[in-house]
Design a binder for this molecule. Sequence first.
Ligand SMILES: O=C(O)CCC(=O)C(=O)O
Ligand SMILES: [Fe+2]
Length: 353
Amino acid sequence: MPGLITPETPHYVPAPATNIELEYADLPIIDLAQMSTPAGHLALAEKARDAMTVHGFFYVINHGFNTAQTERIFDIADIPFSKVGDEEKRTYVAKMKETGSYQGYKPRQYWHIDGGVRDQMENYNINRDITKRQHPEVLRPFLPEIEKFARHNHEEVLHPILRLLAVGMELPEETFVNMHGFSSVGETYEEDEVKSKNVWLKGHTDFGTITILYSQPVAALQILTSDGTWKWVKHIENALVINAGDALEFLSGGFYRATIHRVVQPPEDQRSYTRLGVFYFCMTDDDVKLAPLVESPVLQRVGVSRSFDGVEPPTMEAWRRGRTAAYGQTDLKPAEKGVEEEIINGVVVKHYN
Ligand SMILES: O=C(O)CCC(=O)C(=O)O
Ligand SMILES: [Fe+2]
């Protein structure tokens, strides 16, 4: 009942679905409601394991937020862009390059995409500890809801997924959960993002463990499939799009894939709309060393395929700071055709055009 919701905020109306036929990736759906029985739990763990080893992406449904709650989150997510003036925005700009930390606004054109072209995305990032920074005045009445939202993502979405993925490696169920404390020192954050015009994000991996993306209707996200082709990610109403990042790939010795994805221009009929995104980017606690969990019987059977040969594995803190500060700033070196490289903590990070 919208009348009972305080504080009130205008309703964000998302773009209509596209009518253009696109080639979509065939991603599995993990129904968290099935976790309530032991048999369901085991079946889901197998499904999540296969999804993360084959695609690096899956959907989650029955995540505990109904459509109205999710719509409310998008309404709140729009506030930092539509209700805050340019001058106030400038006082909350994130200092990624200087600090390697990502809190506050990332203005449009902060990142260099390619050949002198800069990005057209505006982001607002909030640490899961909402008290770490001041927020624009109009957002302050919503902070209790934002904090609840962070906790919901952490405990009702991230932790169940991490339990499934630990079981998938035959590790104790709490192995990954224990590395992702809500109150630990670290930088899991919620991001609201608006994109417009046509310069988006080139192929990349996310650098944390798990990314939770609230599905929205403007088609633009594509993943690089194992056959080398780009496929679109289809919007599913009130579903979450989940993907693995570098840190999970490192911890799992390459068993779970940090799949390369990019954001391209939407189909013709959606190009005049802005695209509002809501994300929860998850990382381990800062002090976790991103070395393969070689005690996993699965890893002992299949072998470690991704490790830091000859280089000391970085901590989550070192990895996130290195990648946050470098993103869109450094001069990339052309490697193979269509791929550029940079070195972070002694590890090659590839960017795909
Ligand atoms: O906007 C999207 O759909 C994905 C964005 C993304 O990949 C990112 O922010 O890391
Ligand atoms: Fe991403």
